[in-house]
Design a protein around this ligand. Structure first.
Ligand code: GUN
Length: 282
């Protein structure tokens, strides 16, 4: 039986640490503020933004909400980002993705000042991460590293395999694991012998967006398995990940559940990035 890595508990601990630091700053007269921009009314995005605002409330971070209509133009959005870039009372700017199709996502990401890029999506932030200088790190992979460290998983010298090469998860994940001195392999849809490569992993991070893709036949006995996926099981309210939990759990040494694994870490890391942004200004 694998040990469960409790993302709910670990994210709560992280949020409590952020809350304590935010309170200390408040005593010195320093406020931490996140500007959240939501364009349109995509139901999933509305829920995510609501959860981010709740986490701000919990940690004592001010959230400023900008809810723009579906038909917002590129110019209108760029103007708002420019104002927020130049507003000294704003520490972090988050534009919830995806954006309506008339808007150029790449241009929007580049418009956010790298000093306020708490999502870590700006090419400057990605470049900083890749050469190992301080900067904002994408929240989900940062959360995975925290889960690994706080669950006592040995990273230094481990064989880490990342399945998936997205800009938001797979690529930054591999750089972060490398930074922890893991030997890192990135797998994707063109990888030959995926099963054998995965079976060699001490740490297996799965972020491919395919429900229950990884079963026990991909997992080495005793490996730590991190499941970044989240899917609704057809016709039910139940959730599952990219890992077939029932199959993998008896083989793995440690495993994250879905829900309650990686998911809650993303928002906790966002709060931490907002705090770090405020600290960097001091
Ligand atoms: N949409 C889905 N996940 C994210 C995220 O982490 N940040 C932003 N800005 N949009 C998202």
């Amino acid at each position: 039986m694998a040990e469960l890595i409790d993302g709910k508990k670990i994210s709560q601990d992280l949020k409590d640490e952020v809350k304590a630091e935010v309170a200390k700053l408040k005593e010195k007269g320093v406020e931490v503020t996140l500007a959240v921009i939501l364009v349109g009314n995509d139901p999933a995005s509305t829920v995510y933004v609501g959860n981010k605002k709740k986490a701000c409330e919990y940690t004592g971070i001010n959230s400023r909400s900008y809810e723009l209509p579906e038909e917002t133009t590129q110019e209108e959005l760029m103007k708002l980002i420019d104002e927020l870039n130049n507003d000294d009372t704003v520490d972090g700017i988050l534009v919830q993705l995806p954006l309506p199709k008339q808007l150029d996502e790449d241009k929007v990401i580049r418009a956010i000042s790298p000093d306020k890029d708490v999502d870590g999506f700006h090419p400057e932030s990605v470049g900083r991460l890749s050469i190992g200088v301080p900067g904002f790190v994408s929240c989900t992979p940062a959360g995975v590293i925290e889960l690994l460290k706080r669950s006592g998983t040995m990273l230094d010298g481990s064989n880490a395999v990342v399945v998936g090469r997205s800009n938001i998860v797979g690529k930054p994940m591999s750089v972060l694991l490398l930074r922890e001195n893991a030997t890192v392999t990135i797998c994707h849809s063109h990888t030959k012998n995926l099963k054998e490569v995965c079976k060699n992993a001490d740490i297996l991070v799965v972020a491919i967006g395919q429900p229950k893709f990884i079963d026990a036949s991909y997992v080495k006995e005793g490996a730590t398995v991190i499941d970044v996926g989240i899917h609704r099981i057809d016709g039910t309210k139940k959730l599952c990940g990219d890992v077939d939990f029932e199959s993998v759990e008896p083989v793995a040494g440690k495993i994250t559940p879905v829900p309650g694994g990686v998911g809650p870490m993303t928002i906790a890391e966002l709060m931490n990035n907002c705090l770090q942004s405020a600290l960097m200004k001091m």
